[in-house]
Design a protein around this ligand. Structure first.
Ligand SMILES: [Zn+2]
Length: 178
């Protein structure tokens, strides 16, 4: 039974796999566990989300980073496609500099995929929603989690990708670990 952290109170909830699609709510505060949007991660809730069994995909970003702004709506769209198989979260590398430094974030945007407290994979640079979905699904699949499959969502992802190709921005700073 996967564990999922509440986007509001960060309480760890156990949700049967078969109930993930039934709009499950937090047993403590009643908030919907999935809201079709990334959770804002801070030092207060990061551990709970990262140690949950539901894979956590984190976008490390900063307000001064142009490519991060380009990627933000793509990441939002990806959260609507990847939930409830994944939790998506945003980490402001300025506000949470300690966490960014703990994970050696150099170039942003950088995405890291966590599962049950472990880093599974990371990648740097702007990605379209479709590519985010593909990348996260492939990495999680490699780590033993079935990727999300859905034809209508794939078509939606392709539309987003087509729109995204118009944009040339890529990445701020130096990337690492490529
Ligand atoms: Zn809650």
């Amino acid at each position: 039974m996967p564990t999922v952290a509440c986007p509001d109170c960060a309480t760890t909830n156990r949700v049967p796999e078969t109930r993930l699609n039934d709009n499950p709510r937090c047993g403590r505060c009643g908030t919907a566990l999935f809201q079709g949007a990334p959770v804002v991660l801070t030092a207060n809730n990061f551990e709970r989300h990262a140690t949950a069994e539901l894979p956590l995909l984190v976008d490390f970003w900063a307000a001064w980073c142009g490519p991060c702004k380009v990627m933000a709506p793509q990441f939002d769209a990806a959260s609507r496609m990847l939930e409830p198989r994944f939790r998506l979260g945003k980490m402001d590398t300025e506000a949470e500099a300690d966490i960014a430094s703990r994970f050696g974030i150099r170039g942003i945007p950088t995405m890291i995929l966590f599962k049950a407290g472990k880093e599974i994979a990371r990648t740097s640079g702007v990605m379209s929603a479709a590519d985010i979905v593909r990348w996260a699904s492939a990495q999680a699949g490699r780590a033993g989690k079935l990727p999300y499959r859905g034809t209508s969502r794939a078509a939606f992802a392709a539309r987003i990708a087509a729109r995204f190709r118009a944009n040339g921005a890529r990445q701020c700073g130096e990337s690492r670990g490529r």
